[in-house]
Write a protein that binds this ligand. Structure first.
Ligand code: HEM
Length: 233
């Protein structure tokens, strides 16, 4: 049960409209309103692009077309939703870029460290606002968004480009969206069920002090001036 003071909680929500990385009572503001709106725009435009794209991709997912009024409608909506997704991802890129520098000691997140993390075995007192896995995901999403845009533009205007290039574009587009869809399952799982208290950072904008101390100890130390749970660090 939460022991947070309700008056502080309201103050935290108000602060989270415009500020982040600040401590307000028992909570810490993690994502200001603008960041959250951008993130949900990325999620929504991606969902529309995915759901309209899958029935175009293969008849196996033809039933999804009914959600939008048929395959012809999907073909019209899909490239525009894709373009909107790219623009939202671009804004998100500039919003989060400064926090996403991968430090040399975080590079092994590309390897077995991610598996240790998924088994709740990862525990590094140097972890700042984002861990190495989140940073790598950010860069992968940003690169993937460029890949989807470029390949999508080629497929949108096929007559303007040579046939072989269009075929490469199909491969790039399909490979990238499949990687996105699979990684998104892990992303949503980690942001909700696997780590209780994370999802509220994208709704209220805030997290609790224990959450920050547990998952992002260096960020916690920086903002509160207190030690994280490890003594002497
Ligand atoms: C319903 C879908 C989604 C949910 C529930 C969700 C949830 C979250 C949450 C809770 C965070 C904050 C994590 C933190 O503060 O530590 C976050 C961050 C992030 N989200 Fe999402 N998200 C969704 C969709 C997407 C989509 C579609 C993309 C991109 C295609 C995306 C890309 C990112 C990135 C790059 C970050 C920052 C790095 C990270 O925390 O992993 N998200 N998301």
């Amino acid at each position: 049960m939460s022991t947070a003071n309700p008056r502080h909680m309201d103050a935290a929500v108000i602060a989270a409209r415009s500020r982040e990385d600040v401590v307000v009572g028992d909570e810490i503001v993690r994502h200001r309103l603008y960041s959250r709106l951008v993130h949900w725009t990325v999620a929504l435009t991606f969902a529309v692009a995915l759901l309209t794209g899958m029935p175009i991709w293969t008849p196996v997912f033809g039933w999804m077309a009914h959600l939008f009024g048929g395959l012809t409608v999907c073909r019209v909506i899909h490239p525009w939703a894709g373009l909107a997704f790219f623009l939202a991802a671009l804004v998100q890129f500039f919003e989060w870029m400064s926090d996403m520098r991968v430090e040399p000691w975080e590079r092994d997140w590309l390897g077995p460290r991610t598996l240790r993390y998924m088994r709740y075995e990862e525990d590094d007192p140097r972890t700042g606002k984002y861990n190495g896995g989140q940073k790598l995901y950010f860069w992968a999403v940003s690169l993937g968004a460029v890949g989807l845009l470029l390949s999508g533009l080629l497929m949108w205007f096929p007559r303007a480009f040579p046939r072989w290039l269009i075929e490469v574009a199909f491969l790039v587009h399909d490979f990238t969206f499949i990687c996105f869809a699979v990684s998104l399952v892990f992303h949503i799982y980690l942001g909700t069920a696997a780590e209780p208290g994370t999802f509220r950072s994208m709704i209220r904008g805030t997290v609790t002090r224990p959450w920050a101390r547990l998952h992002h100890p260096a960020w916690y130390r920086k903002l509160t001036g207190e030690e994280s749970r490890r003594t002497g660090v």
